[in-house]
Design a protein around this ligand. Structure first.
Ligand SMILES: C[S@@+](CC[C@H](N)C(=O)[O-])C[C@H]1O[C@@H](n2cnc3c(N)ncnc32)[C@H](O)[C@@H]1O
Length: 193
């Protein structure tokens, strides 16, 4: 028996919708891969244990000093910014992300995070002036850390601190190394300015 016209119409509609959905997924994945290749690092979010260890260390180092200005350089999907803002409402948290898809997702999340506001901007982290930062956090790559040493650290103010998840600076010994055995990146390097 031939299927009814109505049945055929719904079958075609579902097939078209699924094709469009799959095409969108492929475009999103391709775009993200192209950005990750150009900018030499994937949008891998930091582990919860790492985020917790960084926040605890910031609170210990600054002894509950309020009004800290904290930058997440390469903020990815925005999860670390969100945790930092929730940790202490007095913190001003700013994330910079260049890759378009994580930026759009993190911007949307930021817009609905009304209880613990923070800022997400799109742009190249190496163009941002870091001279007002109290804390700078990186989860980048060895290539980025060489540039951070040359282009960011010289502009950081005395008393500020820089954390690098997983990737130490080549030319400088860390002032402290925090071990996070259960995270993908087992060490967090802290540099005191
Ligand atoms: C490993 S993810 C870090 C995610 C986040 N910071 C966290 O801890 O969950 C690194 C991010 O840095 C971004 N990135 C790489 N180079 C950049 C640049 N020059 N300017 C801004 N973002 C950059 C990448 O797109 C990627 O999303």
């Amino acid at each position: 028996m031939l299927p009814s016209i109505k049945y055929q119409f719904f079958g075609d509609a579902i097939e078209i919708a699924l094709s469009v959905f799959m095409l969108c997924i492929v475009i999103l994945v391709l775009t993200n891969t192209i950005y990750a290749t150009i900018y030499k690092v994937a949008n891998m979010p930091s582990a919860p244990q790492t985020r917790h260890a960084i926040i605890k260390d910031i609170q210990n180092r600054f002894m509950s000093r309020p009004d800290l200005l904290i930058y997440d350089l390469g903020s990815g999907w925005g999860g670390l910014c969100r945790k930092l803002a929730a940790a202490d409402p007095s913190y001003t948290v700013k994330g910079f992300e260049i890759s378009i898809i994580p930026y759009c997702v993190s911007k949307l999340m930021q817009m609905v995070s009304l209880r613990h506001p923070y800022f997400i901007s799109r742009g190249d982290l190496f163009t941002v002036n870091m001279n007002d930062a109290d804390v700078v956090i990186c989860y980048l790559s060895p290539y980025h850390m060489d540039r951070v040493a040359l282009e960011i650290i010289p502009h950081m103010k005395s008393g500020s601190i820089l954390y690098s998840q997983g990737f130490p600076l080549h030319e400088r010994k860390a002032d402290d190394v925090i071990n996070v055995p259960l995270s993908i990146e087992k060490k967090i390097y802290r540099y005191d300015m």
